[in-house]
Design a protein around this ligand. Sequence first.
Ligand SMILES: C[S@@+](CC[C@H](N)C(=O)[O-])C[C@H]1O[C@@H](n2cnc3c(N)ncnc32)[C@H](O)[C@@H]1O
Length: 220
Amino acid sequence: MANTIEPKAVEYFENVKGIPITIPSPLETFASRLALPLLALISRDKALDLHLTPIDDERVIMAMKYANGRALDIGCGANNFIRSYGNGLGVDVHPWNGCDQVITDAAKLPFKKGEFQTITYLACLNHIPNREASVKSAYKLLDKGGKVLVTMITPHWGAFIHWIRFRNDPDHQARHIDHDHELLGMSYEQVGAILVGAGFKNVSRKRFVFGLNNLYIAEK
Ligand SMILES: C[S@@+](CC[C@H](N)C(=O)[O-])C[C@H]1O[C@@H](n2cnc3c(N)ncnc32)[C@H](O)[C@@H]1O
């Protein structure tokens, strides 16, 4: 297919432990909420060893609750969402282990119009420099009535969490972050404007993990 290169292994983000991610019970969620300050400081593997929900899995769990049909996960990283949800594929510009297809441009996606019922951007819209064009392209790939799911922290909280999790964040450790074009978080207004500008309607926001993170849902 056009615009793709072969994935190569990037050992650091192998991340197969605890895959598939499952939706935790209310008791497990309660324990993870109590341990949130600790979870912000430790690695995904360490959290799993403690039988807690890793902080990076919370967005995957939210997306799993709202996704339906065949899904495309853009900026998929280790592809934990698709590997857990089980229907669709994940693409990324970086050749992480687990990624289904490496792309060169998130606005030139090599798929057919209307091919997906759900398109997700989990913690990655801020990292995509041409994010407006990417979301417009995602709109075309969605079936009528399909939806886009975006998880995004706000700029101030994003700056703090990127700082506190620096050592345990594979994205920061293994990939060059271009601070001229990538953001550490985005506001409700920024995300909403991009979704509406691409043609999406019925934009709603669900806050999760004590309102520290946001899931945006919008329909085609
Ligand atoms: C914080 S990680 C999130 C990974 C994954 N979505 C998750 O929830 O674990 C940000 C991801 O955005 C990807 N990314 C960065 N620039 C991108 C671009 N221009 N197009 C698509 N993905 C990009 C990175 O490679 C990385 O996998």
